[in-house]
Design a protein around this ligand. Structure first.
Ligand code: S3P
Length: 435
């Protein structure tokens, strides 16, 4: 067996061959938006291929607590209907679990609602920064407070009349941008946002599909407030960030050929694929098409010879969630890879600069941590050993991929957190390693 579970850890061993076809779960970012955007419109919406992870469960339970009807039809199909007379004040604290996207986007909606809400989450989410949304929402007229000088959950919001602002984001963040666009859609006047670098634009696409007056000019976005929005049916593409694990595994393993079907390929998400190609990867995109307003295609990856590269600047927001698995590709490549301008990684489900460096070094990588990135010395492959996910789903999956590629097995401590975005991960891993 390739992934041996001891209850506390899972041990992954390199198989002779990695091959097969995979359909990854529905995209987490788009699934959150498919739920939350339909809370600010009247009528029913149907969502297909909704992501199955715990984070999406958090958005669904918050939607229910705000009075929305959610009917789960099975196989990822869901009907969402906000109350006819508007969202209602929840009776209890909203629990966003591990989900930063639920918290930030939902707060953008709550800021305009005429009632009181409190939001909290698990220990990881309670250590992530929230002033980045509270500051600009206050400028729009919202009343919001949070623990630790407005930095940490729990957070309390009394929504009300908002007005548009002109705001330059200090860091590229799709979550902050989306929070302000959702608030701006319900504010008086126009809200203008300026990004320092382009981040994923799923919110802009969905708002446009809902009838919002939104315009995008390079890094400048503006939305007119109080334009009535309609519900939107969404067919969610396969999660680009989940596909990334199998693509890296196939590129590095000495005998591999993997096809990931129906993957979201929107430009704001495909930075890892661009970097792998620059590293020498044999990647092919076929069957490219538009589905539900998003670019979708099949990604084929196979055994490749990789060399190190420099990754920084505008590429970073386009691969922000893929750095743990990119570090594995880099550790197995020839030469050094330098990742810079990535200080935002310190504010993810774990401090992904510190955790990637510490945990991959435990299994034989040579990574030097830097304030805003890391240097990964390639050329030696991965010897193997025991490493800890720190409860971060993308770390757990990256370490499992390391086990598929390392000389000796990798034991992944705290492996259960993959359920945050990809509950079927261990089953898919066993399948492609068995062929
Ligand atoms: C997300 C945006 C990114 C990403 C997160 C999901 C989104 O966060 O890391 O996993 O769905 O908008 P930031 O926008 O804060 O960088």
């Amino acid at each position: 067996m390739t992934a041996l579970s001891t209850g506390l850890a899972r041990t992954v061993t390199r198989p002779k061959r990695l091959a097969g076809e995979i359909r990854v779960p529905g995209d987490k970012s788009i699934s959150h938006r498919a739920i939350l955007h339909n809370l600010i419109a009247r009528g029913s919406a149907r969502v297909e291929n909704l992501g199955p992870g715990d984070d999406i469960g958090s958005s669904l339970s918050c939607a229910r607590a705000l009075g929305a009807e959610v009917v789960e039809l099975g196989n990822g199909a869901v009907i969402i209907r906000a109350p006819e007379s508007g969202l209602i004040e929840p009776e209890d604290v909203l629990d966003a679990g591990n989900s930063g996207t639920t918290t930030r986007l939902l707060t953008g909606i709550l800021a305009s609602q005429p009632f009181f809400t409190t939001v909290t989450g698990d220990a990881s989410l309670r250590s992530r920064p929230m002033e980045r949304i509270i500051g600009p929402l206050r400028k729009m007229g919202a009343i919001a407070y949070a623990r630790g000088h407005d930095e940490y959950l729990p957070m309390a919001i009394r929504g009300g009349d908002l007005h548009g602002i002109d705001y330059a984001l200090p860091a590229a963040s799709a979550q902050v941008k989306s929070c302000l666009l959702l608030a701006g859609a319900m504010a008086d006047g126009t809200t203008q946002i300026h990004e320092p670098a382009a981040s994923r634009d799923h919110t802009e696409r969905l708002l446009r599909a809902q009838g919002a007056h939104i315009s995008v000019d390079g890094l400048d976005i503006s939305i007119e407030g109080r334009v009535p929005l309609h519900t939107v049916d969404v067919v969610v593409p396969g999660d680009t960030s989940s596909a990334a694990f199998w693509v890296v595994a196939a590129c590095v393993h000495p005998d591999a050929h993997i096809v990931v079907r129906g993957v979201g390929l929107t430009e704001g998400r495909t930075g890892l694929f661009d970097v792998l190609i620059a590293m020498g990867a044999d990647l092919k995109i076929t069957n490219g098409r538009i589905e539900g307003g998003e670019d979708v295609g099949d990604v084929t990856a196979q055994t490749s010879v990789l060399h190190g590269v420099h990754v920084g600047g505008e590429l970073i927001p386009r691969l922000i969630d893929e750095v743990p698995v990119l570090a594995i590709a880099a550790a197995c490549a020839q030469g050094d890879t330098v990742i810079s301008d990535a200080q935002e990684l310190r504010y993810k489900e774990s401090d992904r600069i510190a955790v990637v460096a510490t945990e991959l070094n435990k299994i034989g990588a040579r990574i030097e941590e830097q304030p805003a990135g890391m240097v990964i010395h390639g050329g030696r492959g991965l010897p193997g050993g025991t490493a800890n996910s720190h409860g971060d789903h993308r770390m757990a999956m990256a370490l499992a991929i390391a086990g598929l590629l390392s000389d000796e097995p990798v034991s992944v401590q705290r492996p259960e957190c993959v359920s945050v975005s990809y509950p079927g991960f261990w089953t898919d891993l066993a399948r492609i390693a068995a062929s």
